[in-house]
Design a protein. Structure first.
Length: 324
C-alpha cells in the first residue's frame, strides 16, 4: 500500500511539474503589464513603449504600459517588487535603480534581492557642457580653472540623478572642489546653465547635442568610456584628461520580481534581443539618443550589483542624502 501511495504521489508531482513547465514554455498566455516608475513622456517611458509594442506584436498579447510615478521611481519599483513572480508584471529601470537605495531614506526594496534582471537594452552618455561664455574650451582647462580659482558649480535635476553623480565622481577623482546646485527638474537646471549662473552640467548626449549644434552650449567631454554618437567629435573624459576608467552612463533595461522562472526570464531576454535587432526599433531608440548596450540576465544582474556598490561608495564619501 505504501509503495502504491508513493507511486501515485510521484505521478502527481510529475504532473504538476509538467503543467508548470508547460505554463512557462507557453508564456505568455495573457496580457503583460510593463510598469514605468516615472510619468509618461520621458525617456524611460518612451523606451518601454517602443519595446513593449514590439513584444506585443511578437507574442500576440497586449503589453500594457502602466505609469506609477513618485519618490524618484521608488513607488513603481516597490509595486513590482511585491507583484507575483510569474512574468506578467515587469519593470522598466534606469540608473536610479542602483542609486536610489543609497540616497533616499525609506527605500524598502533591493535591486539585487527583490528583482531578477532580464536585459539591459542600451545607454545614453552624459556630456559635460558649459556656457559658451565660459573661458574653458577643453576639459583640462575647466579643471585647471577650478584648481586655481573658486570651486566649480554644477547643476542637476536633483539629488541622486546621473547628472549629479557625474559631478560627484569628477570631484572625487580629480580632487577638485565642486559645488552641486540641485534643482527640481532638468529645465530649471538647464536654464541657469544657459544664463551662466552655474559653471557646468552633465547633460544626456541627445539634449546636449541640440544645444551644442545651436551654439548655446560648449561640449568639453563625454562622461562614458565610449564617444557619443550624437557628438562624435567630442572626446571622452579619459581621452581629454589623465583619468582612467571614468564611466557614468544613463542605462536602461527591464527586470522582473525575484524568483520569476528562469524559462520566462530567458524567453523575455531572447525576444528583447531580437526586437533590438529590428531596424525600426533601432531607429526609434537612436532618436532618443540611446546607444545599444545589450546585456542578458546573468551579465545584467552582475552589472546592477556592481553599479549599486560603486554608487554606494561615492554617495558615502560625498555625504549625499535625499535632503541635500
Amino acid at each position: 500500500m505504501n509503495a502504491l501511495m508513493r507511486s501515485i504521489a510521484a505521478i502527481a508531482v510529475l504532473g504538476l511539474s509538467s503543467t508548470a513547465w508547460s505554463a512557462q514554455t507557453d508564456y505568455p498566455t495573457k496580457p503583460i503589464t510593463l510598469v514605468v516608475p516615472f510619468s509618461a513622456g520621458g525617456v524611460v517611458d518612451s523606451i518601454a513603449r517602443i519595446v513593449g509594442e514590439r513584444l506585443s506584436t511578437k507574442y500576440g498579447q497586449p503589453v500594457i504600459i502602466e505609469n506609477r510615478a513618485g519618490a524618484g521611481g521608488s513607488i513603481g519599483t516597490a509595486y513590482v517588487a511585491n507583484s507575483p513572480a510569474d512574468g506578467y508584471t515587469l519593470l522598466t529601470v534606469s540608473t536610479y535603480f542602483s542609486v536610489l537605495p543609497s540616497v533616499m531614506d525609506g527605500v524598502k526594496w533591493s535591486p539585487t534581492k527583490d528583482f531578477t534582471a532580464i536585459a539591459n537594452v542600451g545607454m545614453i552618455p552624459n556630456v559635460i557642457v558649459v556656457n559658451p561664455n565660459n573661458p574653458a574650451n577643453t576639459f583640462q582647462e575647466l579643471l585647471a580653472k577650478a584648481k586655481t580659482g573658486s570651486p566649480l558649480t554644477y547643476s542637476s535635476p536633483g539629488v541622486g540623478t546621473s547628472n549629479h553623480l557625474t559631478g560627484e565622481l569628477l570631484s572625487q577623482q580629480t580632487h577638485t572642489d565642486m559645488v552641486h546646485v540641485p534643482y527640481k527638474g532638468q529645465s530649471d537646471a538647464l536654464s541657469d546653465l544657459l544664463a551662466g549662473r552655474v559653471d557646468m552640467m552633465a547633460l544626456t548626449s541627445a539634449l546636449a547635442g541640440q544645444y551644442v549644434k545651436a551654439g548655446k552650449l560648449k561640449a568639453l567631454a563625454v562622461a562614458t568610456n565610449v564617444r557619443s554618437s550624437a557628438l562624435p567629435s567630442v572626446p571622452t573624459v579619459e581621452e581629454a584628461s589623465d583619468l582612467k576608467d571614468f564611466d557614468v552612463r544613463s542605462w536602461f533595461g527591464f527586470v522582473a520580481p525575484a524568483k520569476t522562472p528562469d524559462a520566462v526570464v530567458n524567453r523575455l531576454a531572447a525576444d528583447i534581443a531580437q526586437v533590438l535587432d529590428e531596424k525600426e526599433t533601432t531607429e526609434k531608440l537612436a532618436a532618443l539618443g540611446l546607444q545599444r548596450d545589450y546585456q542578458g540576465p546573468k551579465d545584467y544582474q552582475a552589472s546592477i550589483a556592481k553599479e549599486q556598490e560603486r554608487w554606494k561608495k561615492v554617495v558615502q564619501e560625498a555625504g549625499i542624502n535625499g535632503k541635500n
